[in-house]
Design a protein around this ligand. Structure first.
Ligand code: NAD
Ligand code: 0WE
Length: 259
């Protein structure tokens, strides 16, 4: 089998631990021969992400808190040392725990802005930091992708302000695709079904959501992180060259069901 990402360099933001969807994506990218660059969110995660990076054969690991303009500027400068950049994976979201448990109508201005800053605006900032490196190649172009969830378009109990942030994120995907398309840069989102990661642990009734998907999805099962990783490979590879501005569902078909 030819390796789908041979000769490509991919930057992956959002690895926190081995359960992270970003880690599964990195594993798929490694299998397909990509040169992998990782970022982590601040000193607290440095050691663990460096260790995970070593297990993935990552070439470099950068500190980047996406709420900090200085960090994004530094990242953009550090990327100049790279010969090329072909793919960027944005796998980052955050809302305050209290906004994911009380009624949505109680969402504070600060809570709303925090969720949108980290979970939606950061894609715009990351795209701006990375697009110049993707465009500056003998054959310009690349693929930017992010992770989203069905709660952007349907009311999912407790997803609340994250639903509004994911709706914004998906709109950002379309506008970025419009801006960057002429540079042969594609921008897409993967809408993953629920997966038990750190961001899902502690979410009330998460196991019930997994059971509902198993009972009702067309495939009668949940998705695996590896299935999300392999879809990311498709988008990052030349196989995905005609796809931009879109949301690809990797959810065992759950989103098509009505009853
Ligand atoms: P995770 O906790 O492993 O990943 C979230 C990441 O966001 C972490 O690496 C964390 O460090 C990073 N992050 C948060 N604030 C940051 C900041 N200020 N700067 C830089 N990084 C920051 O959980 P995950 O489930 O792998 O989530 C990854 C993405 O997948 C998120 O966008 C999430 O919404 C999305 N998603 C998750 C599921 C699921 O069920 N787990 C389903 C669909 C989509
Ligand atoms: O996007 C996500 C996770 C989003 C998330 C989760 C947390 C929990 C811990 C963002 N911020 C935080 N902040 C915390 O303090 N998913 C798609 C997984 C998820 O989270 C839910 C879900 C699903 C599915 C929250 C409520 C309801 C359903």
């Amino acid at each position: 089998m030819p390796q789908l990402l041979e000769g490509k360099t991919a930057l992956i933001l959002g690895v926190a631990n081995r359960w992270s969807l970003a880690y599964a994506i990195a594993q798929s990218f490694q299998r397909e021969g990509a040169r992998i660059l990782l970022t982590y969110q601040g000193e607290r995660l440095k050691k663990s992400v460096e260790d995970l990076g070593a297990s993935l054969g990552a070439a470099r690991v950068f500190d980047c808190d996406v709420t900090k303009d200085d960090d994004l500027e530094r990242l953009s400068r550090e990327l100049e040392a790279e010969e090329r950049l072909d793919a960027v994976v944005h796998s980052i979201a955050f809302a305050s725990a209290e906004d994911l448990s009380r009624p949505f109508v109680e969402t504070s201005r600060d809570g709303y802005l925090l969720a949108h800053n980290i979970s939606a605006y950061s894609l715009v900032a990351v795209a701006r930091a990375c697009a110049p490196r993707m465009a500056a190649k003998e054959t310009p172009g690349g693929a930017i992708m992010t992770l989203t969830y069905l709660g952007s378009e349907r009311v999912m109990p407790n997803y609340n302000v994250m639903g509004a942030a994911k709706a914004s994120l998906e709109a950002c995907v379309r506008y970025l695709a419009g801006d960057l398309g002429p540079n042969n840069i594609r921008v897409n989102a993967i809408s993953a079904g629920p997966v038990k990661t750190a961001a899902a642990r502690g979410v009330k009734d998460f196991s019930k959501m997994l059971e509902a998907v198993e009972a009702r999805s067309p495939m009668r099962r949940n998705v695996t992180p590896a299935e999300v990783g392999d879809t990311a490979v498709f988008l990052a590879s030349d196989l995905g060259r005609g796809v931009t501005g879109d949301v690809l569902f990797v959810d065992a078909g759950y989103h098509i069901t009505a009853m």
